[in-house]
Design a protein around this ligand. Structure first.
Ligand code: GLU
Length: 492
């Protein structure tokens, strides 16, 4: 068998959504497992749908994920250029070749005429959009139209009888009646090819052996096969992937603004976790392993594991996986990945204190599910939020507002005069002794302190860990504020 060559062929018509990334990943992995070549081709012939910045999103995504292409824009191999708008002449030549061999024809129909066909013609097959008017023009008529400079498109001449069968690796054999196939446009009047034509020509010229794409292309594939046959070219292996669903009924789709890869990264999902999760949306590994690095996938991926049932993009499952990835990181790695979020939560000044940042990171790592949760959980360190004194009342801790006020009034002056080293451990030991001396439970001192220091119902770290982070001065100030607040509620 010839050397495996796969391609990712995005159209720059929007951001890179999860479905695109899955196609890309599978193409890449098929190439890697077999020591083949992975090509990136930009399909930008639909100029009307071109979206500024979409190309950058493709390149950024590939860069971030580590999915490296072997040939493509900026990495020329022997099949370039890899941007379709730069290949215009190639398509024209091949389309004309099909006209010569009788597999395609010039169509001079005006927009208005085509428009008028839309109402539906009883004589047309139900699925056909075009009545094939120009298919039956005489040689003379064609020559006269061309000589008069009439604009034209080139259409594929579909067989009117028989069937076309193609084999899909996921869906099996698919057969269609040729009479249901429209004489589709191959070359538009602006001289640019349609996607339907360009992908066949390019897949052939780029020696692509495996075509992976969404199953929305299944219905067009017989037309592609007829093109391959008309040219006498070898047909690639087709791998159509089932859709990725949002729920039981709705597809994830670019148009609905569903999960774009870069948005997920921006929301604090880890690239590694997203890739891992996406790999499993439509592919099952041989064993029970669930966590895969890209490197591992490069040897584990198998065509046999591809599934034809639609996969549901379950954000909860992705969150779970993301949390697992976070827990498995070394502290240094976490610090690196969470940097942006720690900085947002702590503010420049605190973040610049490397020891504070490292301690905060250690406190939040185990409980973080997505990185964007971090700022909200640690922002209180930068600035004490406004809070309701209700949060001082905690049954299990045996505290209420009165006890809390007492605790804060006792602890403030005590800590002010306490001269031990300002570390969580030392303060903790001192406070336990102090609680006993005052015939209070530890929790009756520590809970009010934790609450006064954080202004939050839950905080990463207990009272003394927060004290160490905040430093003596800020700790004392917050205890004072807490007492004041409680007093104003209790004593008016
Ligand atoms: N340009 C097409 C798209 O973005 C690619 C389809 C294919 O892979 O053949 O949907």
């Amino acid at each position: 068998m010839s050397q495996v060559r796969t391609r990712f062929a995005p159209s720059p018509t929007g951001y890179m959504h999860i479905g695109n990334l899955r196609t890309c990943l599978y193409e890449y992995l098929i190439a890697r497992v077999s020591g083949g070549t992975f090509v990136l081709r930009i399909e930008d012939t639909d100029q009307e749908r071109f979206v500024e910045g979409a190309m950058d999103a493709v390149f950024n995504t590939l860069k971030l994920t580590g999915i490296g292409f072997d040939e493509g824009p900026g990495k020329e191999g022997d099949c370039g250029p890899y941007i379709q708008s730069q290949r215009r002449d190639i398509y024209k030549k091949y389309a004309e070749e099909l006209v010569k061999t009788g597999h395609a024809y010039y169509c001079f129909c005006t927009k208005e005429r085509l428009e008028s066909l839309k109402g539906g013609d009883e004589n047309l097959g139900a699925a056909l959009n075009y009545d094939r008017h120009c298919r039956y023009l005489s040689e003379e008529e064609i020559a006269a139209n061309l000589a008069a400079g009439k604009p034209y498109v080139i259409r594929q001449k579909m067989p009117t009888e028989g069937t076309t069968t193609f084999i899909d690796l996921v869906y099996g054999d698919i057969t269609v009646d040729n009479k249901t196939l429209d004489d589709q446009v191959l070359l538009k009047s602006d001289g640019l090819p349609t996607y339907n034509f360009a992908n066949v020509v390019d897949d052939h010229l780029m020696r692509i052996t495996h075509v992976v794409r969404g199953n929305e292309y299944l219905s067009s594939t017989p037309k592609y096969n007829l093109l391959y046959e008309a040219f006498g070219w070898e047909i690639p292996t087709y791998i159509h992937c089932p859709p990725i669903m949002k729920d039981q009924h709705q597809k994830l789709s670019k148009r609905n603004g569903d999960a774009s890869f870069l948005d997920l990264v921006d929301k604090g999902y880890l690239v590694e976790a997203i890739l891992n999760y996406i790999a499993l949306l439509g592919w099952s590994p041989r064993g029970n392993q669930e966590f895969f690095t890209l490197k591992e996938l490069e040897s584990e991926f198998s065509l046999e594991g591809l599934s034809k049932s639609p996969a549901i993009f379950d954000i909860e499952k992705l969150k779970w996986m993301n949390g697992e990835y976070i827990r498995r990181m070394s502290p240094e790695e976490f610090l690196g990945k969470a940097g942006r979020w720690l900085r947002e939560g702590l503010g420049e000044k605190l973040y610049a204190d490397a020891s504070v940042t490292a301690k905060v990171a250690a406190l939040v790592q185990q409980r973080t599910v997505i990185l964007s949760d971090i700022p909200g959980r640690i922002g209180f360190l930068r600035e004490l939020p406004e809070y309701d004194t209700e949060i001082y009342c905690h049954k299990k801790m045996k505290t209420d507002r009165e006890i809390s006020l007492k605790a804060l009034r006792l602890c403030g002056p005590y800590l002010e005069s306490w001269r031990g080293p300002w570390t969580s451990q030392d303060i903790y030991a001192a406070l336990c002794d102090f609680a006993a001396a005052n015939e209070m439970k530890n929790s009756q001192l520590l809970w009010p302190l934790r609450t006064a220091l954080s202004g939050m119902e839950v905080s990463p770290g207990g009272a003394t860990e927060l004290m160490e982070l905040l430093g003596r001065e800020e700790t004392l100030a917050r205890i004072g504020k807490g007492a004041e607040l409680l007093a104003s509620v209790l004593e008016g």
